[in-house]
Design a protein around this ligand. Structure first.
Ligand SMILES: [Mg+2]
Length: 244
């Protein structure tokens, strides 16, 4: 489902913002050619992706330096409207932006010259609580409402592409940024909610279920922020690197 309009403030993106975007933002999904076997023997691609880089001429000049604004998906950019966890309800949950400011912020990052990328684990595909087509559709709906070119990489289960492995980042760089002279690792960053924060990191909040997003950023070698640090400018919270 597209983001609930009650939760989104499209007027925050000024006309200037949208008129500068000349790249088709619709996602064109492909399978990574490495397969992963489920326990029942059936095969799925270990990663599915959609990249805008072949069309995004801003980033293709010989001497350009690519700065990447990268994000996790569930509970970093979007949430379920009813608060259910995705593992319980991936195929049916209505989603909305996690915070009202997010679409404006993403458009502004694009306008400021960042290449936007999403790196998400969707193990429900392997576990059959959702399907590849359902995952694609949910992301398509949200990205279409955003109207900004976004590169999306989805690991489908417990395989080599699953964060905190940096493999999806490597696939992005090796397959889509070869004509860019360098990636600006100092300007690039990753935002995710799997950050190892302890219980009550904000009053009443449970501990993060894992630290995989923070570990992913460390494995890639770029700065890390939680959604609350990045979108709400909150102070950083205590965390543990291992599972909490
Ligand atoms: Mg998440």
């Amino acid at each position: 489902m597209p983001p609930n309009k009650d939760h989104v403030n499209p007027e925050k993106c000024t006309k200037d913002c949208s008129t500068e975007i000349s790249v088709d933002p619709s996602l064109k999904w492909r399978d990574f050619n490495q397969k992963h076997k489920r326990s029942d023997g059936s095969e799925i691609p270990s990663c599915i992706f959609s990249s805008t880089m072949e069309n995004d001429n801003r980033n293709m000049t010989v001497n350009s330096s690519l700065k990447i604004a990268a994000f996790d998906w569930d509970w970093t950019l979007i949430k379920t409207v009813d608060g259910r966890l995705f593992d319980d309800s991936e195929s049916t949950a209505e989603v909305t932006w996690l915070y009202d400011c997010i679409p404006h912020k993403l458009r502004q990052l694009y306008k400021d010259g960042f290449t936007i990328a999403i790196f998400s684990n969707q193990p429900g595909i392997e576990k059959r609580t959702t399907t590849i087509e359902e995952v694609k559709q949910r992301i398509d709906d949200v990205i279409n409402s955003l109207g900004v070119p976004v590169n999306v990489f989805i690991s489908t289960g417990y395989n080599a592409c699953r964060k905190p492995s940096p493999d999806m980042w490597k696939i992005f760089l090796e397959h889509f940024t070869s004509s860019v002279s360098q990636v600006d690792m100092k300007e690039s960053f990753f935002v995710g909610d799997s950050a190892g924060r302890l219980a009550d990191w904000s009053p009443g909040k449970p501990a993060d279920f894992h630290c995989g997003d923070r570990q992913f950023a460390a494995n890639v070698g770029i700065d890390f922020h939680t959604p609350e640090e990045f979108f709400l400018q909150e102070d950083s919270a205590p965390f543990q690197w291992e599972k909490v």
